[in-house]
Design a protein around this ligand. Structure first.
Ligand code: GDP
Ligand code: MG
Length: 177
């Protein structure tokens, strides 16, 4: 029972956004291919990756888009956001500026995406906990205020990666089903 000849009930487009080097591409590699690389090159070429999984006995194909190195302010085009039903807004918990920029990403997202888009704030690199620059409480408060789901992850250790994608997909499923 592989991904072939499978009836797909839903295709959900999810976009990854956030500053450069926060781990977006590695979170995607971990979720879509069960891989991780410490010397990941700045993303080149590939627009999205997919993974098919079961949610509430339905077959859901997650189509996850990666920024392909367009993280400069306002460089991500509206085509990137078009049709997205979910967004993972990622910061690096060891880099305060990447968290300070989250508000700007959110503004960008809300300007381009569908108003019902499900957004999850992700504090990545929890394996580097000793270097933490963003307290969990700060992020949690921000997420509550802005109506975002929130999770801390490690693409390196595969902590919460599966869970965060599962959660956002389940929320999206609840909205569309
Ligand atoms: P992107 O620019 O947001 O796509 O970031 P990348 O996925 O390319 O990751 C940037 C750097 O951070 C790479 O050297 C990754 O190996 C590293 N990285 C990504 N996720 C993690 C993580 O969870 N823990 C640690 N320690 N390093 C990570
Ligand atoms: Mg990348």
């Amino acid at each position: 029972y592989g991904e072939f000849n499978q009836k797909i009930d839903y295709v959900f487009k999810i976009v990854l956004i956030g500053d450069s080097a926060v781990g977006k591409s590695q979170l995607l590699a971990r979720f879509a291919r069960h891989e991780f690389s410490l010397d990941s090159k700045a993303t080149i070429g590939v627009e999205f990756q997919t993974r098919t999984l079961a949610i509430d006995k339905k077959t859901v194909k997650a189509q996850i888009w990666d920024t392909a190195g367009q993280e400069r302010y306002r460089a991500v085009t509206s085509a990137y956001y078009r049709g997205a039903v979910g967004a993972m807004l990622v910061y690096d918990m060891t880099k305060r500026p990447s968290f300070d920029h989250v508000a700007r990403w959110l503004e960008e997202l809300r300007g381009h995406a569908d108003k019902n888009i499900v957004i999850m704030l992700i504090g990545n690199k929890s394996d580097l906990g000793t270097l933490r620059a963003v307290p969990t409480e700060d992020a949690k408060e921000f997420a509550e205020r802005e109506n975002l789901f929130f999770m801390e992850t490690s693409a390196l250790e595969a902590t919460n990666v599966e869970t965060s994608f599962q959660n956002i997909l389940t929320e999206i499923y609840r909205i569309v089903s």
